[in-house]
Design a binder for this molecule. Structure first.
Ligand SMILES: CC1=C(CCC(=O)O)c2cc3nc(cc4[nH]c(cc5[nH]c(cc1n2)c(C)c5CCC(=O)O)c(CCC(=O)O)c4C)C(CCC(=O)O)=C3C
Ligand SMILES: [Fe+2]
Length: 365
């Protein structure tokens, strides 16, 4: 895997027991304008699951799946795991890597899209952790793979999962006219969406990337099943003060409207998430499922990619692609939907931090 001697899996992190919940929430929301009521509410979501988020176990499973796929390709490069908000924190991961003799890592983030929250904030985490390591006398170089919403591994795995879910609903006798297809992602402030992307020429990269993937999946579903569905994008997990605009519609509000229109079955595909973490098991499987039940709607929740072999193999392809780039080669850069891949080194000012300027790695600024 020249020039890299290690791979860093970088994620959000989550609490593992009730005593972890408050410290975790304080870490997540430090310096952010999240109302207390929202924090208490989110704390309750975690307590409802015994104080344990599913996300860390999902990352452990992803680590094992990446290891198996690397071994299958006879690549012995170690994989290290770090989180933004829970141990092993990113700085701890770098220390562990350094102790193992690793000096140059390629990072895979557990988020597929461009935005401050899903891309630059991880680049800031890398800069902070690298700084901490350097103060302790450890020098580590860090690169990362490109945002992969339109890498074929992620996009095709999602397409297959949605197609199977719709096929299953139709096989059970659902009339196509009474079925709706919703793609779901995490809401973000509209100001964050407006500024997501490489800078002056763009913006709204976060919502546009989801719309592009949703449209491509819908087209494939229709081609495969000979149907005529119109997919649409909805959002979950809004927080922030009520007066601050966030991306809409909320999945629950849209379910209300769909029920009035006469829909009976709603296929909900959480393409914004790579695994079934809290937003999926609470906001969709608990809250949206209750809304649907109250409205008499059948909700069919599509699995997230998780450790789907096509997705995992795509992540290893991305790591090998990044290594080839770093060696100065000109590897093929597969992209679907759209032929334009995001660069693995972000443009200056890409997905800016609107609160405070902070150093970020893996970019040209
Ligand atoms: C785009 C995006 C992703 C997807 C990309 C990625 O995966 O990174 C994501 C992932 C996640 N978000 C998570 C948890 C939380 N996010 C919060 C708050 C926020 N998220 C935001 C955005 C995103 N978040 C934003 C704009 C805020 C407002 C404050 C801020 O500007 O940062 C809060 C505070 C309370 C609240 O406001 O809800 C919590 C507890 C967990 C862990 C789940 C688990 O434990 O299983 C995961 C994977
Ligand atoms: Fe979040």
């Amino acid at each position: 895997m020249e020039p890299y001697d290690g791979i860093l899996l970088l994620s959000f992190g989550g609490p593992e027991k009730p005593e972890d919940v408050l410290p975790f929430l304080r870490t997540v929301t430090a310096g952010k304008n999240i109302p207390d009521e929202r924090l208490e509410e989110v704390g309750e979501h975690y307590y409802g699951f015994g104080g344990r988020s599913p996300i860390n176990d999902q990352n452990r499973a992803l680590l094992a799946a990446l290891r198996a796929e690397l071994d299958r390709r006879e690549i012995s490069t170690p994989v290290i795991w770090g989180n933004r908000n829970f141990t092993p924190f990113t700085a701890e991961a770098l220390e562990q890597a350094h102790d193992q003799g690793l000096r140059r890592l390629v990072t895979v983030v557990t988020s597929a899209y461009s935005s401050y929250s899903s891309c630059r904030q991880y680049r800031e985490d890398l800069a902070g952790a690298q700084q901490t390591a350097s103060e302790a006398g450890m020098t580590i170089d860090l690169d990362k793979v490109r945002p992969y919403f339109n890498h074929p591994g992620f996009a095709r795995a999602n397409t297959r999962l949605v197609t199977e879910a719709v096929r299953g609903a139709l096989r059970e006798g659902t009339e196509p006219d009474s079925l709706r297809l919703l793609f779901v992602t995490h809401s973000i402030p509209t100001a964050m969406d407006d500024t997501s992307g490489p800078g002056d020429a763009e913006g709204n990269a976060y919502s546009r990337q989801h719309l592009a993937l949703g449209a491509a999946i819908t087209q494939e579903v229709n081609a495969t099943l000979d149907t005529d569905f119109t997919g649409e994008l909805v959002f979950c997990s809004r927080s922030g003060p009520p007066a601050q605009p966030w991306l809409e519609p909320d999945v629950n509000d849209r379910l209300e409207e769909l029920a009035l229109e006469g829909a009976q079955v709603v296929v909900v595909a959480p393409i914004g998430f790579v695994s079934d973490h809290m937003e999926v098991v609470y906001d969709l499987d608990t809250e949206a499922a209750a809304t649907a039940a109250r409205l008499g709607l059948q909700l069919v929740r599509v699995p997230t990619v998780g450790v789907d072999p096509e997705f995992v193999s795509g992540l290893v392809d991305l790591v090998q692609e990044r290594a080839a780039e770093a060696r100065g080669e000109d590897p093929p850069i597969p992209a679907w939907p759209g032929r334009e891949a995001r660069p693995s080194t972000c443009a200056p000012g890409c997905c800016p931090n609107l609160r405070e300027a902070k150093p970020a790695l893996c970019g040209r600024d």
